[in-house]
Design a protein around this ligand. Structure first.
Ligand code: HEC
Ligand code: HEC
Length: 390
């Protein structure tokens, strides 16, 4: 039966190719595919980071990204979890460094094209994002004062910092800083922070923010490579019949494109697909205040953007209820390399993800935003074949 269906499918595909300029796609399919094409992605632009396009800053940021000295035990770098050979993710369900985390490590390829960062979008820029893992007790477990000391007391780093920044604290000032201090650390670290003169705190925050901007200049250079889908628009022989059938399901019957749209295969919104457990990890709903009050956000004093250009922040919803249990719709580019899946890595394989979509959609009392879909086993296989093209 299935073989017959497949042969029929191939015959259909061939039949269409004969009557449509050598392409299997209908005009509408071509238009939709074109909207997914990497070539349509505009260059990423972050006005809140004046170093975003500075190659010297990116070269420095790359050293910082791979440097394990920026951590409590001297063994954790950004690259510990964002591993180049895993599309800059780590292959684990949830991240683990100084302690086990609760979230899955996302890929960083093309990440500069996102509007919000982290699964719940609690950061509004790449540079502000980079500051969080450095002080997260489960990740680098460092404090901003230790970071500033380390960087400005290291001759190789200090000369690069001096080439890019003015008004750096003098070596004498650096020598008077406490060993470890941060406004978001332990009680002791907080007390040490409060005991510092306001001018010293200000200088530390300036250098800390600039460090985030250098790292972001590197991270934003991690570009996506075109995949077979990007070439398949003008050359459908780049795809197998099963992959073509999967593309049709993705754009049509399976309705994936409702959320996974555009060249990044995400509409950049936060959606509740039933994976957030209210009270435990309610995603977007829990961070609306913190992103608004973050001193390192786009409207804050360390941002290089004019505050009125921070439109994402301006239009941020105040309605927690509307985003309860919602997580960022992730990009699906390179998805075959970024297992396990979902914000907490609960799904080991793409098969499990597709089964979830079919089952969740059929729940009677559904408390999520998923459309109702039905897929046969053959259709599930085609859809997965297509996801692997991405
Ligand atoms: C212990 C592992 C670990 C370390 C170390 C780590 N990260 Fe991450 N990274 C994660 C996890 C897990 C998430 C998702 C966390 C969340 O959503 O709450 C993440 C999210 C991100 C994101 C957001 C991606 C997106 O699509 O929203 C960026 C960018 C990022 N990390 C960059 C960095 C940089 C830069 C460093 C070093 C300063 C770093 N990470 C250190 C595990 C890590
Ligand atoms: C209503 C919006 C919506 C629709 C429709 C939708 N998704 Fe998703 N998708 C999401 C969200 C939100 C997440 C992240 C959920 C989480 O982490 O808990 C996600 C996650 C995923 C992931 C995991 C990616 C990763 O890196 O962890 C895959 C794969 C995926 N979706 C594929 C699909 C496919 C295939 C379809 C069509 C059958 C589909 N999605 C339909 C919103 C949607």
């Amino acid at each position: 039966m299935r073989t017959t269906a497949y042969l029929l499918g191939i015959a259909l595909v061939l039949g269409m190719s004969a009557c449509n300029d050598g392409s299997v796609w209908t005009a509408q399919e071509r238009a939709t595919l074109q909207s997914l094409n990497l070539a349509t992605l505009p260059a990423a632009h972050d006005p809140s980071n004046r170093f975003a396009d500075n190659p010297q800053a990116a070269a420095l940021g790359k050293q910082l990204f791979f440097d394990p000295r920026l951590s409590r035990n001297g063994q954790v770098a950004c690259a510990t979890c964002h591993r180049p050979e895993h599309a800059f993710s780590d292959g684990k369900p949830v991240a683990e460094a100084l302690a086990k985390g609760t979230r899955n490590t996302p890929s960083l390829l093309g990440v500069a094209h996102n509007d919000w960062f982290f699964w719940d979008g609690r950061k509004d820029s790449l540079w502000s994002q980079a500051l969080a893992p450095l002080e997260n007790p489960a990740e680098h477990g460092f404090t901003r004062v230790e970071i500033v000391r380390l960087l400005l007391e290291d001759t190789a780093y200090a000369s690069q910092y001096h080439a890019l920044l003015t008004d750096l604290p003098t070596p004498e000032t650096v020598a008077t800083l406490p060993t470890s201090a941060s406004p978001s650390g332990t009680l002791e670290q907080l007390q040490a922070w409060k005991s510092m003169p306001p001018a010293a705190r200000e200088q530390v925050d300036q250098v800390f923010a600039a460090t985030g901007k250098f790292i972001a200049a590197y991270v934003s250079s991690l570009a996506l490579a075109p995949n077979r889908l990007d070439t398949a628009i003008n050359n459908s022989s780049a795809l197998t019949p099963s992959e073509i059938a999967g593309a049709r399901l993705f754009m049509g019957k399976a309705q994936c494109i409702l959320c996974h749209s555009g060249a990044m295969l995400t509409n950049q919104t936060f959606q509740n697909i039933g994976t957030g457990m209210l009270g435990k990890d309610s995603g977007r709903a829990t961070v609306l205040d913190s992103v608004r009050n973050d001193r390192f956000n786009c409207q804050g004093k360390y941002s290089d953007a004019a505050p009125e250009t921070c439109t994402e922040l301006q239009f941020l919803t105040r309605n927690r209820h509307s985003v309860a249990g919602a997580f960022k719709v992730p990009s699906l580019r390179n998805v075959a390399q970024t297992a396990p899946y979902f914000h907490d890595g609960r799904m080991a394989t793409l098969d499990a993800v597709i089964d979830y979509y079919v089952q969740a959609a059929q729940q009677a009392n559904k408390d999520h935003d998923l459309p109702r879909i039905e897929l046969s086993d053959a259709e599930k296989r085609d859809l997965i074949a297509f996801l692997k093209v991405l």
